[in-house]
Design a protein around this ligand. Sequence first.
Ligand SMILES: N[C@@H](CCC(=O)N[C@@H](CS)C(=O)NCC(=O)O)C(=O)O
Length: 189
Amino acid sequence: MTREDKRASLQRLFEETGAAHHEAFAASDPDWPLWYADYLKPKLSARGEGPRDGGQLCVELSRAELVSALLQAEDERDATGDARPWAEFYAEYFCGRYVSCSEERLSLYYFPSCPYCRRVLRVIERLGLQDRVELRDITAEPGRRAELLAARGRATVPVLRCTSSEADRWMPESRDIIRYLETRFGSSG
Ligand SMILES: N[C@@H](CCC(=O)N[C@@H](CS)C(=O)NCC(=O)O)C(=O)O
């Protein structure tokens, strides 16, 4: 499956989830992320085997992480005022965070005194990825900070940039980055 196939499939899955939720709750539901997470979790599983929905993401999300990601997607949609249909926005958001491409070049935007960055740097060292992940210190290289700002609208680090012929995606959140690196390059990956 190409990244675009996965994006389109995720969009269909979000649309399906929204419709199922609408059927279950005619009125608004303040706990919608919990309901969505329970509906989505088996269908998003990294190791799922469903012909249509299995293996959508490159990491296995817990229920709590899924709830958190749904809330963050909604927050980002609200903050950016993105006019696309919500399911399309969510699909792009989840793809950016959790779908990997083949033959990616990896670079980490960071600065040395940032504790979240240090957590990621320790994992890079532990997994022996020093030659695999290019380090881009945004305090030493203002051009790197400008790239980050242009791509994400904010200079918060760490961010792992994954570039391939298919896509150029920017993965924020130290937890996500660590899990991605461990899943892809660790002994259990
Ligand atoms: N939840 C984020 C927190 C990242 C964070 O707070 N980074 C700080 C540096 S330690 C930062 O970049 N602050 C500057 C900004 O947001 O512009 C993570 O775990 O990666």
